[in-house]
Design a protein around this ligand. Structure first.
Ligand SMILES: C[S@@+](CC[C@H](N)C(=O)[O-])C[C@H]1O[C@@H](n2cnc3c(N)ncnc32)[C@H](O)[C@@H]1O
Length: 301
């Protein structure tokens, strides 16, 4: 894990924990119950892996079998978990996507001429990075290697996949010294589109490793981020997440947190069965609500 990325993750964690959590009660109860069910349904003698374990706010560690490992790129995450749960589990601090360091190095090469060190003009740097991004293919090799070595029976994916795109944007903004995106949302933004495509490749690469792991999977993730404060309801379950959301009398502004990837259709190949699914609205902050999706997926036996 590169230093700038672990610094960014640490800063994000502080910001996450410093938020006003007074409206989070239902979300925390539901997510803990779901992940807790995953921890209790596994064979307690077998290894378990928790991805995006963070500070353990959403993870009921008291229910985790003895051989449970946490995975989170934030260098303080295990310390936070120990303080919250009085437990010091084994931990991996690597980047789950395997691609963030390369993304950062590529953004640096786009911003400054490598041969002279001179800073390029903003438009030239953006065009350069937009052109380079399609050749970057994130490879979660640390995750694949860990799974190959430890053979976890169950893997929890605790609200981390929706963060890949957020972190990718933050890396680019940090290297550029500020947001390089066009502030007008109506205007085309090729760099943002190329970065969303990179994020989709990263999410798919992680899902592919999870698919091949042979483990039972308990996934919780942001499916969408909804902006604005109007009334919001959930309609019947549909394959298309945009149809889950119902706003009374007002239009909805919502963005896909997973860059167009649908985890359930991706995972439900021949070898896997959906055994449980749920979704709910998490009021993260005034004017910002997340549509959360929870999926429990088991190998066919
Ligand atoms: C929304 S928080 C999840 C909170 C966590 N489930 C808990 O119970 O506290 C997302 C977590 O994912 C971690 N994360 C984000 N991107 C990551 C990456 N590429 N590799 C490893 N960890 C990452 C962050 O450090 C953060 O702790």
């Amino acid at each position: 894990m590169s230093k700038p990325l672990s610094k960014l993750l640490r800063r994000e964690q502080f910001a996450f924990l410093a938020r006003d959590r007074s409206a989070w009660g239902d979300h925390l109860d539901t997510v803990r119950a779901f992940l807790g069910e995953g921890l209790q349904s596994t064979d307690p003698t077998q290894p378990v892996l928790i991805l995006g374990a963070g500070s353990g706010l959403e993870v009921p560690w008291a229910l985790a079998p003895p051989d449970t490992t946490g995975w989170d790129g934030d260098p303080w995450s295990r310390m936070w978990t120990a303080a919250r749960h009085y437990r010091w589990p084994p931990w991996v601090f690597e980047d789950l996507t395997g691609g963030m360091s390369e993304l950062e190095a590529t953004a640096r090469r786009a911003v400054r001429e490598p041969w002279s060190g001179h800073r390029r003009a903003l438009d030239a740097a953006k065009t350069r990075l937009t052109g380079l991004l399609p050749s970057l293919v994130p490879d979660p090799n640390a995750l694949r290697a860990w799974i190959g070595a430890h053979r976890p029976r169950t893997i929890l994916v605790a609200n981390v996949m929706g963060q890949f795109g957020v972190m990718a944007e933050k890396i680019v903004e940090t290297v550029f010294g500020g947001p390089p995106w066009d502030p007008d949302p109506e205007r085309e933004e090729p760099l943002a589109e190329a970065l969303a495509a990179w994020t989709a490749r990263a999410i798919k690469a992680v899902l592919r490793v999870l698919c091949e792991s042979g483990a039972d999977l308990w996934l919780v993730h942001d499916r969408a981020v909804v902006f604005g404060g109007g009334a919001l309801d959930l309609g019947p379950w549909e394959d298309d997440w945009t149809r889950h959301l119902r706003a009374e009398g007002s239009s909805l502004e919502a963005s896909d947190a997973l860059a167009g990837v649908d985890p359930s259709s991706f995972l439900l190949g021949n070898e896997l069965n959906l055994i449980e699914r749920d979704r709910w609205i998490w009021p993260v902050a005034p004017g910002q609500r997340h549509l959360i999706e929870a999926l429990a997926i088991r190998r066919k036996v």
